[in-house]
Design a binder for this molecule. Structure first.
Ligand code: ATP
Ligand code: MG
Length: 359
């Protein structure tokens, strides 16, 4: 792996994906003197609106991808379902892609992801593979009758998931897209935490203090920082994340989502090869936020100090929650809006961070 700078201020870096994560990465990159080029199939995307250039084209448009690759010195992504072939094409054009296609192969398939975690000694929630409708009930029974059916590919924000108790409903297979999937045991957890951490091209590893996350309907609503879980548990969570980053030979920011079970055990849910929604507060509460940290890592620059100077909470503004933006400003919260035009139900429109001095 190339260690040291692969970009200099004034260079252009590429981001695959045009959502809010790309937007906040682009703003952090601009602050470091970089130009940002976005590649996304979405017209008028949140990221394109703050970038220098945008290619709006399909992921399989190799001519557009080659042109994009020629215009940048290195690339990253904001969305782990970028086709592996697109990431590989950037590397084949001689431009470092961080993270690369090999990491994507491990995270795009939930089954491969869980097997990899287990292989490196990070225990996932118990699971059983489902290849056809008849497998669902067998898998559920083998896991004690309380679980969740998840499609193996392209789920996010709890989409492609069906909660199962006792007898699996007839529509479950269709509801996860009638394709390769798995059943996971339902974990009665005390809380969910996540570790957001960065690994540099020289192997340096730094983690933010893990937050504690509230989900409902499979969508993150709120992250509280720091987590009030015992320090020993948080230290162990960071150790597991370091092991994951090293096993992937990862460069950039990554996140590991974990359940803390009622008997005090950590079980992995999943990992994300990118900046993470449960780390948005770091831009306001830490000396270096996750977006800047990721850009530093991708460019081969020294990582920043992740020290947290404040306690607080981050609240996602979903759908029409965004209409309350003025009241958040009035109370003194930090407001971040993603510039999305339509406030569809459950859509991530922005977030706010409430800070108080670190206790
Ligand atoms: P995202 O992209 O938002 O992370 P996702 O679609 O990948 O979501 P998961 O992370 O698998 O979905 O699940 C979303 C949430 O649903 C989890 O954070 C957790 O709150 C709950 N959940 C999922 N699987 C389980 C489980 N096996 N036991 C208990 N809760 C679960
Ligand atoms: Mg998740």
């Amino acid at each position: 792996m190339t260690s040291g700078p692969i970009a200099r201020p004034g260079d252009a870096i590429g981001i695959l994906g045009g959502g809010q994560l790309g937007r906040m990465l682009a703003m952090a990159a601009a602050d470091l003197g970089l130009d940002v080029h976005i590649f996304t199939p979405e017209a008028d995307s949140p990221a394109a609106r703050v970038a220098k250039r945008a290619w709006v084209a399909d992921w399989n448009d190799t001519a557009a991808l080659k042109e994009f690759a020629a215009s940048i010195v290195a690339a990253t992504l904001e969305f782990e379902n970028v086709p592996v072939a697109a990431a590989d094409l950037i590397e084949a054009a001689g431009k470092p892609m961080r993270p690369n296609g090999r990491t994507l192969e491990r995270t795009q398939d939930r089954l491969a992801e869980k097997m990899f975690l287990r292989e490196i000694g990070i225990e996932p929630a118990p699971f059983a593979r489902v290849d056809e409708p008849d497998d669902i009930q067998k898998a559920l029974d083998s896991l004690g009758g309380n679980g969740v059916l998840k499609s193996r590919f392209s789920g996010y924000d709890g989409k492609g998931q069906v909660r199962l108790k006792g007898k699996a409903p007839a529509n479950a297979w269709a509801d996860v897209g009638a394709g390769p999937s798995l059943v996971e045991a339902w974990i009665e957890h005390d809380r969910e935490i996540s570790v957001i951490a960065a690994r540099g091209s020289d192997g340096a590893f730094v983690a933010f203090d893990p937050p504690e996350n509230d989900h409902s309907g499979g969508i993150l609503r709120r992250s509280v920082f720091p987590s009030s879980a015992p320090q020993g548990v948080l230290d162990e969570a960071v150790r597991l994340t370091k092991r994951l980053a090293e096993a992937l030979d990862y460069v950039g920011v990554l996140a590991l989502e974990l359940f803390l079970t009622r008997d005090g055990k950590l079980l992995a849910n999943e990992f994300a090869p990118r900046v993470h929604n449960s780390g948005h507060w770091t831009q306001d509460a830490c000396r270096t936020g996750q977006f800047e940290q990721h850009i530093r890592a991708v460019c081969g620059w020294p990582l920043g100090d992740p020290t947290r100077h404040s306690d607080g909470e981050m609240i996602n503004l979903l759908g029409e929650d965004v209409l309350g933006w003025e009241s958040y400003l009035a109370e003194g919260a930090k407001l971040h809006l993603y510039g999305k035009r339509h406030a569809a139900n459950g859509r991530k429109m922005g977030h706010v961070t409430r800070l108080r001095p670190r206790s």
